[in-house]
Design a protein. Structure first.
Length: 66
Protein backbone atom coordinates (compact mmCIF):
# COMPACT_ATOMS: atom_id res chain seq x y z
CA UNK A 1 0.00 0.00 0.00
CA UNK A 2 2.86 2.42 0.62
CA UNK A 3 3.86 2.45 -3.05
CA UNK A 4 0.27 3.29 -4.05
CA UNK A 5 0.33 6.25 -1.68
CA UNK A 6 3.62 7.41 -3.22
CA UNK A 7 2.24 7.07 -6.77
CA UNK A 8 -0.92 8.94 -5.82
CA UNK A 9 1.12 11.76 -4.26
CA UNK A 10 3.31 11.97 -7.39
CA UNK A 11 0.21 12.02 -9.61
CA UNK A 12 -1.42 14.80 -7.60
CA UNK A 13 1.82 16.82 -7.56
CA UNK A 14 2.23 16.49 -11.33
CA UNK A 15 -1.41 17.35 -11.94
CA UNK A 16 -1.06 20.63 -10.03
CA UNK A 17 1.70 21.74 -12.43
CA UNK A 18 -0.57 21.26 -15.47
CA UNK A 19 -3.46 23.38 -16.77
CA UNK A 20 -6.84 22.30 -15.44
CA UNK A 21 -9.40 20.54 -17.64
CA UNK A 22 -11.75 23.20 -18.98
CA UNK A 23 -9.17 26.00 -18.89
CA UNK A 24 -8.39 28.15 -21.92
CA UNK A 25 -4.81 27.84 -23.18
CA UNK A 26 -2.58 29.47 -25.76
CA UNK A 27 -0.64 27.12 -28.06
CA UNK A 28 1.46 27.45 -31.19
CA UNK A 29 -1.62 26.17 -33.10
CA UNK A 30 -3.88 28.86 -31.64
CA UNK A 31 -6.11 29.16 -28.60
CA UNK A 32 -8.10 26.24 -27.28
CA UNK A 33 -9.73 24.50 -24.35
CA UNK A 34 -8.13 21.72 -22.30
CA UNK A 35 -10.28 18.59 -22.59
CA UNK A 36 -7.91 16.00 -21.13
CA UNK A 37 -4.64 15.38 -19.31
CA UNK A 38 -2.05 12.60 -19.25
CA UNK A 39 -0.08 13.25 -16.08
CA UNK A 40 2.42 10.42 -16.63
CA UNK A 41 3.39 11.67 -20.10
CA UNK A 42 2.88 15.35 -19.18
CA UNK A 43 0.63 15.93 -22.19
CA UNK A 44 -2.50 18.01 -22.59
CA UNK A 45 -5.38 17.29 -24.98
CA UNK A 46 -6.58 20.61 -26.42
CA UNK A 47 -9.69 21.33 -28.53
CA UNK A 48 -8.53 24.16 -30.80
CA UNK A 49 -11.07 26.93 -31.38
CA UNK A 50 -10.31 27.99 -34.95
CA UNK A 51 -9.43 24.64 -36.53
CA UNK A 52 -11.98 22.70 -34.48
CA UNK A 53 -9.59 19.77 -34.15
CA UNK A 54 -7.96 18.14 -31.14
CA UNK A 55 -4.20 18.22 -30.56
CA UNK A 56 -2.18 16.40 -27.92
CA UNK A 57 0.62 18.70 -26.83
CA UNK A 58 3.41 18.66 -24.29
CA UNK A 59 2.56 20.51 -21.13
CA UNK A 60 5.51 22.78 -21.90
CA UNK A 61 3.87 23.87 -25.18
CA UNK A 62 0.73 25.37 -23.64
CA UNK A 63 0.21 28.48 -21.53
CA UNK A 64 -2.88 28.84 -19.41
CA UNK A 65 -4.72 32.07 -20.22
CA UNK A 66 -5.69 34.31 -17.29
Amino acid sequence: MCCLKYEHDQYESGKQEMPKVGSIVITSYGNGKVIGLNVEQRTVKVQLFEQGKVEILSCDDVVEQD
